[in-house]
Design a protein. Structure first.
Lengths: 273, 443, 739
């Protein structure tokens, strides 16, 4: 098979389209067997691999503006795979996949020290403070492609890695059967559950290294600057920290783009344009 | 009843009084054990930790206790490697305090992790890039070293020492203690440092992140340094407390002053380094990430700038200045004040490097998170304190911890309990025929 | 043997060393860690063959196509159906949570008969035979007494074969009291009826609109067909179109809109007339339409020119006159503008005055039955079933007045008046009811002022619920004949809300019924058989499935193969044929109506109630028949629900005046009721308003939903619209006092 460039799966989330409806949250919970408790109003102990933040421009009525920002794991690449969370995990229970760019999490390896949570500035990691419990009968809907997590371990968005595996398996099978020319996946063969569900079509997923994929075309990652977007509407969260995330955001609103990072007072306008 | 176990030539409370005094401490210990079992059986939902405060009271207690336990390695280094012989009079106690601190740290870690039964994965599946891996290895090894350092003291118990094998073993161990002290110093340098590294490498957390040398952020060196400075202060503080409780002078002033002087200069140089580090971080590192200094402190009273002042000025500059002046360390009041301030200073530093790191929001739209520990967390944190008190009390009672005690507190030959058990074999019907050893404390 | 100290020590040390060197501790350590990886109390989902089953979601009137991922016989995930005309792969948060309803703990697992007092929660399971026999016996008795009108049906739906069967049953039985829940769609239909003379649903040609002007409609908050609206909005963004949102609160729709214009609530009609004023003044209207098809246009022109100058409208609405002028220009200048109304999620029918004003605005720019405009979509006809035979009893019963007064003056054109129905029964107006069937609805929660509904229930001796869930209404019933959940049954979903083509979606069972439940369709047929002729003879089908298939003879193939049927090449009637009014024209001023803006009535004296409470809808809370599944409740922000306490939104300025700070506890009092709430300061709300999420405050269901927050319907009573008679309440006067 031909030598191909490693993949670098990533997302572009259009904040002009995102309505904060929460479908992506539930798509993710449903796909990935995320548990729930009778009271989930304490968001500091509520597991939501995808979380939707509400941003506001801080202005009084009627100049007020709000914007929703969905936050899956950013699958930070850091400097050559040195993501904030991966490098700190003492037990190698989370890893940077060089072939996919996906940051994995192995629940049966994790011993629950939570160092990775301390390391992640996006609060993308969640700890299982409780045993997961489903009301009688409801465990029927659990998805066998994703293991249920036990109490005491950390979990987070996996970019629905099991969907990648399923697609890849299918491609390999079809290739062996002579039904396709290669085992390369088409853009639509591997899509995450949140992308698929979003009723606004605000999430786009694909291979950032593949020029034919929409994520590449929209984000226009700048290889020379660790993937910083060339599209002036696009930004990444906390770009200045060097976490090198693979989730890009689009917004036509200045204040939203600015809210994506921290700036010193009087640090002028956005650096771009 | 237990007089046969008590070192010769010293006076101890009658057993009933001893037991009575320890009663409340044992109650706290039991309370802590109950909380510990709850955490193990029901899981960490027993705590008030959350996804923002993944590290909380316990990790702070761990870091603080290890810093404070730094007296052991540093005193050992001074005595065995640098050759400050006077310190032999306090080294036993320093080792004991170190042993308590490190065993406590390991116990707390075992409670703190979500899957205690898999705790060993940290060794088996070690990720060499993780500071925590380094911490785990060095900590465990150093705990082994401390055990070896503490063991001879146990073996020197009057009854055990009668066994010739044990006698010889402890004697020989003393002979090679310098090797362990050197190993301990080396290991300590790394684990104290890597504990500093735990926070310092978090490049996603501008409050914690520090630039540094090779793979080590400046906090790596600052932590080792501050432990070397404040650990001995903690040893002195506990010595003062022990003296107060027992109503006896146990170590001579010149010994204490020597240790205080060295700690003072360590603290003085440390605090200069810390100030430079803070300045560089506030002026260069944090702004490069878009943060102004006050953004780390502004939001609420709890994490106000006072915390930095308390750490650096009150808990650093002031005690350092007291301890480096002869006048300051020879006055018992200022000496005590200085060591207490130093202990507070280093504890506040570890507090900030754990809890404030968690509290400060990094995303511009995120929130400050506040946290207060649950009773289970408080109880499990007090558990080692109670355990430490008990271990010190037992060691004080049964082991020859204080080489200078007999000299400082001569006991009249007519005194009841001591003379009563002076007769060899009075209690012992056992086969051993070893003679009583006259000088248990030092070979 | 004497164990000496030395041998004892050697034994201990030797033993320890020996054990440590043996494999035992290591094996145990390893085993223990493996045990933690598969704790028996952590479920391991069973693997199996994966397949997909297509169907239609019925959890709201949108009619989205769904694909259910199956693992063997288990449904594990609901996804949107790709290529489906309504939702094209997208799916909403409620649709995604459907499996929690299917497998959830609040299902009614078999027919249940009340054992204790009503509402006491004591039930006994009975067989279907017993249950049907009991109901049929009761019905027979009612007919024997010659007062069949004493039976009423309250149905959550009005379209489709199930409501048709119910309605048919009522006709054959002899009762006019077939009452259906109402929504914005009813108001739209009435507007089309009065202004265009047609009996049709309002369809929005969103694909071709380039300027969407929303008078408070929650385009992105659950209005109409939510997923379709989301997609349309995104397409509008991609195509450079514009969305302008007019409402007093920065809703999610307002936040996404290109422009948010805050307005004094209840004055939307005045703004519509103000826009018409500018458009007419500047001659920006579609001359051809107005001159050839505009009925009563001159009268309309004079009215808006005289009374709705930008300055006058500004005084009423609180909107800057310049903004009004600019908006009118932008709206009329775009190639396919479309104005919509009906507040929030569209569950409240609203004020007809506003619908007429907004519809006139659409007509002014020529948007009737044109690309990008609003289309009259014919109601699906009857199903070709022969009229049921009525005996004398039935004929006499059918001649009785409906208890809700619908179809009779002054509400001749309204199909049903749910609000008036419960008021009449509770107030003892008209004749008494002996029995009530409640189907696919939960009026004890969803109707304004549920206390009135409960009072009505107390006047009816025999209440039968067909609910799949133990909801508030089922709790207050005497007998429950549980329906299958949508994933277990067949059903049709005709004309999804706001869709602009004749359309039917097919609901198909994807899993076997999980419990001892039955399709309502089958239950109704069985009841008809039980009552005997002539009712029975009107229900000659073997079962509901046969009846359904027979209802769509031409569409059945498409329904079963595609999952839906759509009139692909449907075009709305061209202007010359579009208007069936007396004049054959579009009536700018519907006959016999008060002209101009009629201030919408709102209950409560201003004196004692300085604030105005308005409910708001959000996608994350289901406020209809179906209660929030756990997944959805999990997504409700902490600014809306904290523990069991609900937070109401208040402008910081108002909060300051009243002395409230963030999270402060308060008692919210309206003329209808009072509730304990907490205050959330929100800059995006007009000072003087209190906004409250709709859909919380359930008392039924499970620990994941019950007793959380307050039901806003409890605080707002219905206000009858003078034209439709339907509920037009958009808010109520209120006060907040410190708790
Ligand atoms: N995060 C995470 N960690 C895991 C696991 C996980 O699933 N996720 N799985 C665990 C398991 S089961 C295993 S077995 C281990 C595997 O862990 P590793 O053994 O580290 O596995 P790889 O990363 O697949 O391969 C290691 C290196 O071998 C190189 N390599 C490939 N072919 C050759 C060759 O012919 N010669 C030489 N010299 N090098 C070669 C690859 O390029 C790669 O750099 O990981 C464990 N750790
Ligand atoms: N492409 C690719 N293929 C590989 C490799 C590779 O590097 N690349 N590596 C190979 C190697 S070295 C290995 S070891 C294999 C590993 O291959 P697998 O053994 O298939 O490993 P996983 O996919 O990690 O886990 C298998 C399943 O276990 C479930 N699971 C997780 N926890 C539990 C649990 O507690 N109980 C139960 N019952 N199930 C659980 C997971 O959800 C998952 O469905 O893959 C091999 N195949
Ligand atoms: S599903 Fe889409 S629109 Fe809804 S919150 Fe998620 S990203 Fe936003
Ligand atoms: S977002 Fe957090 S969890 Fe995800 S890769 Fe980055 S640091 Fe790790
Ligand atoms: S909590 Fe688990 S994944 Fe995170 S650092 Fe610790 S062992 Fe690694
Ligand atoms: S990519 Fe998958 S795992 Fe990540 S948030 Fe989306 S649905 Fe969840
Ligand atoms: S919009 Fe309505 S029909 Fe569509 S998925 Fe959601 S609940 Fe179901
Ligand atoms: Mo492996």
């Amino acid at each position: 098979m031909k030598q191909e460039r490693p993949k670098k799966f990533g997302m572009v989330i259009d904040l002009d389209k995102c309505t904060g409806c929460g479908a992506c949250l539930v798509a993710c919970m449903s796909e990935n067997n995320v548990p729930f408790k009778p009271d989930e109003s304490d968001k500091l102990t509520s597991i939501t691999w995808m979380r939707v933040y509400q941003l506001n421009n801080g202005k009084p009525y009627p100049e007020t503006d709000i914007c929703y920002l969905p936050r899956p794991c950013q699958h930070c690449e850091g400097d050559h795979g040195h993501s904030p969370c991966v490098s700190v995990c003492p037990a190698t229970a989370t890893d940077y996949g060089m072939e996919t760019g996906i940051v994995s999490q192995i629940y049966t390896r994790c011993f629950g020290c939570r160092y990775c949570m301390a390391a992640c500035p996006y609060h993308a990691r969640y700890f299982n403070w409780w045993d997961p419990v489903w009301p009688d009968g409801m465990e029927k809907y659990l998805n066998p492609s994703v293991s249920v997590r036990m109490r005491g371990v950390v979990e987070k968005c996996s970019f629905c890695y099991h969907r990648y595996q399923t697609a890849k398996d299918k491609a390999i099978y079809q290739f062996a059967e002579g039904e396709r020319d290669s085992t390369d996946l088409e853009e639509d063969e591997y899509q995450t559950a949140c992308t698929q569900a979003c009723p606004a079509g605000a999430i786009i997923f694909g291979d950032l290294n593949n020029p034919s994929h929409r994520v590449h075309q929209i984000a226009q990652p700048d290889e020379k600057h660790a993937g910083r977007p060339k599209n002036p509407k696009a930004f990444r969260l906390l770009e200045r920290l060097g976490t090198n995330p693979k989730v890009y955001y689009l917004s036509s609103r200045d204040w939203v783009r600015r809210a994506g990072d921290n700036y010193l007072e009087g640090e002028g306008k956005l650096k771009r344009h | 009843m237990d007089t046969a176990l008590i070192p010769e030539g010293v006076k101890r409370d009658p057993l009933w009084k001893f037991v009575l005094k320890l009663g409340p401490v044992v109650a706290v210990l039991i309370w802590g054990v109950v909380a510990m079992l709850l955490c193990w059986i029901k899981g960490l939902n027993q705590t008030n930790m959350n996804d923002y405060y993944g590290f909380a009271l316990w990790i702070w207690a761990d870091l603080a206790v290890i810093a404070l336990g730094g007296g052991a390695f540093f005193t050992g280094l001074l005595k065995y490697i640098i050759g400050k012989e006077e310190l032999k009079n306090i080294i036993n106690f320093a080792v004991l305090v170190g042993f308590i601190c490190y065993s406590s740290a390991l116990l707390i870690l075992a409670i703190d992790i979500g899957q205690p039964l898999r705790g060993w994965f940290i060794f088996w599946h070690a990720n060499v890039h993780s500071m925590l891996t380094e911490v785990a290895f060095c900590l465990s090894c150093y705990f082994g070293v401390l055990t070896i350092e503490y063991l001879p003291l146990i073996l020197e118990n009057r009854q055990l020492d009668r066994v010739p094998f044990i006698h010889n073993l402890s004697h020989n161990m003393h002979e090679i203690m310098a090797v362990f002290a050197a190993t301990g110093a080396f290991l300590s340098f790394f684990h104290q440092g890597s504990l500093g590294g735990v926070a310092g490498v978090l490049f996603g957390r501008p409050f914690a992140f520090r630039e540094g040398l090779f793979i080590w952020p400046w906090t790596f060196f600052l932590f080792t340094w501050s432990a070397a400075a404040c650990g001995p202060c903690f040893t002195i503080m506990l010595l003062k407390i022990t003296e107060k409780i027992t109503g006896k002078k146990l170590v001579k002033d010149d010994v204490v002053r020597l240790l205080a002087k060295i700690a003072g200069w360590m603290l003085f140089t440390y605090i200069i380094a810390k100030i430079i580090d803070t300045w560089y971080w506030a002026a260069v590192t944090a702004p490069s990430k878009g943060f102004g200094l006050m953004e780390f402190y502004s939001n609420n009273g709890f994490y106000g700038i006072w915390i930095l002042i308390l750490e650096v000025v009150v808990g650093g500059v002031i005690p350092a200045l007291i301890l480096i002046t002869a006048k300051g360390r020879s006055n018992p009041k200022t000496l005590t004040l200085a060591v207490v301030l130093a202990v507070i200073g280093v504890s506040v530093n570890r507090w900030a490097m754990v809890l404030q790191v968690m509290a400060v929001p990094v995303m511009s739209f995120d929130q400050w998170a506040l946290y207060y520990p649950s009773w289970q967390e408080v109880a499990t944190t007090l558990l080692p304190v109670a355990y430490g008190i008990i271990l010190i009390a037992l060691s004080h009672r049964y082991l020859p911890v204080w080489p200078q005690e007999r000299e400082l507190n001569p006991v009249e030959a007519t005194a009841g309990p001591v003379s009563a058990e002076a007769a060899p074999g009075a209690e012992s019907e056992e086969e051993t025929s070893a003679e009583p050893e006259p000088a248990p404390a030092q070979a | 043997m004497k164990v000496g100290r030395r041998s004892f020590l050697s034994f201990i040390i030797g033993g320890a060393a020996g054990t440590a060197l043996s494999p035992l501790p290591w094996k145990l350590t390893d085993d223990l860690s493996i045990w933690t990886q598969m704790w028996p109390w952590t479920p391991v989902p069973k693997d199996g063959a994966v397949s997909y089953a297509g169907s239609t979601c019925t959890l709201c009137p949108a009619g989205c196509g769904i694909n259910v991922r199956m693992v063997d016989r288990r449904a594990v995930k609901i996804e949107g159906m790709e290529g489906h005309p309504i939702n094209d792969g997208g799916i909403c948060i409620l649709g995604l949570s459907g499996l929690q309803l299917l497998y959830g703990p609040t299902r009614v697992k078999s027919p249940m008969k009340r054992a204790g007092n009503r509402g006491s929660g004591r039930w006994v399971s009975i067989s279907w035979e017993e249950a049907l026999e009991e109901v049929a016996g009761k019905l027979t008795e009612i007919r024997a007494q010659g007062r069949p009108e004493a039976l009423a049906v309250f149905s959550g739906k009005r379209r489709g074969t199930v409501p048709a069967l119910l309605s048919r049953f009522m006709t054959a039985f002899g009762s006019p009291n077939f009452v259906t829940a109402a929504s914005t769609q009813d108001s739209y239909e009435l507007a089309l009826h009065r202004m265009q003379g047609v009996q049709a649903a309002a369809g929005l040609d969103l694909a071709n609109t380039d300027f969407l002007l929303s008078f408070g409609s929650g385009i992105l908050d659950g209005w109409g067909s939510p997923v379709r609206m989301f997609k349309a909005h995104s397409a509008l963004k991609d195509g450079g179109g514009k969305l302008v949102q007019i409402e007093p609160r920065l809703s999610n729709t307002a936040a996404k809109a290109d422009q948010w214009i805050s307005i004094q609530p209840g004055t939307e009609a005045a703004l519509a007339f103000g826009l018409a004023h500018v458009i007419i003044l500047e001659k920006r209207y579609r001359t051809q339409f107005v001159s050839e098809y505009g009925g009563e246009f001159e009268e309309f022109r004079q009215m808006v020119m005289a009374d709705y100058t930008p300055d006058k409208v500004a005084k009423i609405t609180g909107i800057d006159p310049k903004t009004i002028v600019t908006l009118a220009r932008e709206f009329s200048r775009s190639s396919a503008p479309l104005a919509v109304c009906g507040k929030g999620g569209g569950d409240t029918p609203g004020s007809m005055n506003e619908f007429f004003a907004v519809h006139a605005l659409n007509a002014l720019v020529g948007g009737i039955n044109r690309p990008g405009g609003i289309w009259a979509v014919p109601e699906p006809g009857d199903f070709g079933w022969p009229d049921p035979e009525m005996d004398e009893t039935a004929a006499r019963g059918m001649q009785q007045d409906r208890l809700d007064g619908a179809g009779a003056p002054p509400y001749v054109a309204t199909a049903a008046l749910p609000n008036r129905f419960f008021e009449a029964v509770a107030g003892g107006k008209g004749y008494p009811l002996d029995a009530l069937f409640v189907v696919e609805s939960n009026p004890c929660f969803t109707e304004p002022d549920p206390e009135t509904v409960k009072a009505a229930f107390s006047k009816i001796p025999f209440v039968v619920s067909f609910s799949s869930f133990m909801d508030e209404t089922a709790q207050n019933a005497d007998l429950i004949l549980p329906n299958h959940v949508y994933l277990e049954r067949y059903e049709d979903v005709p004309n999804p809300a706001g869709f602009n083509r004749p359309f039917v979606g097919l609901v198909q069972p994807v899993v076997d019924p999980q419990f001892n439940t039955r399709n309502v369709g089958d239950a109704v047929i069985a009841l008809a058989q039980g009552v005997g002729d002539p009712v029975a003879s009107a229900f000659g089908w073997d079962g509901y499935e046969a009846c359904l298939e027979e209802a769509y003879p031409d569409q059945w193939d498409s329904l079963t193969s595609e999952g839906y049927w759509m009139a692909e090449d449907f075009d709305p009637a061209p202007w010359p044929e579009a208007f069936e009014t007396a004049s054959g024209k579009f009536e700018f001023v519907p006959e016999g109506l008060q002209r101009g803006y009629v201030p919408a009535e709102i209950a409560g004296e201003k004196g004692g109630f300085p604030l105005v409470l308005t409910p708001y809808d959000t996608m994350r809370i289901s406020s209809g028949y179906v209660g929030n599944p756990p997944f959805m409740t999990k997504t409700v922000p902490a600014e809306v629900l904290k523990g069991k306490e609900l937070l109401v939104e208040l402008n910081p300025q108002t909060a300051d005046q009243l002395g409230f700070s963030e999270g402060g506890r308060a008692v919210l009092t309206t003329p209808t009721g009072a509730a304990n709430v907490r205050v959330h300061l929100y800059d995006g709300i007009m000072p003087g308003l209190v906004a409250m999420a709709r859909g919380l405050g359930h008392t039924a269901y499970d620990k994941y939903l019950a007793d959380k927050g307050t039901n806003v319907n409890r605080l707002i009573g219905p206000t009858a619209d003078p034209v439709s008679g339907l509920n037009a309440a958009w808010g109520i006067r209120a006060k907040l006092t410190r708790a």
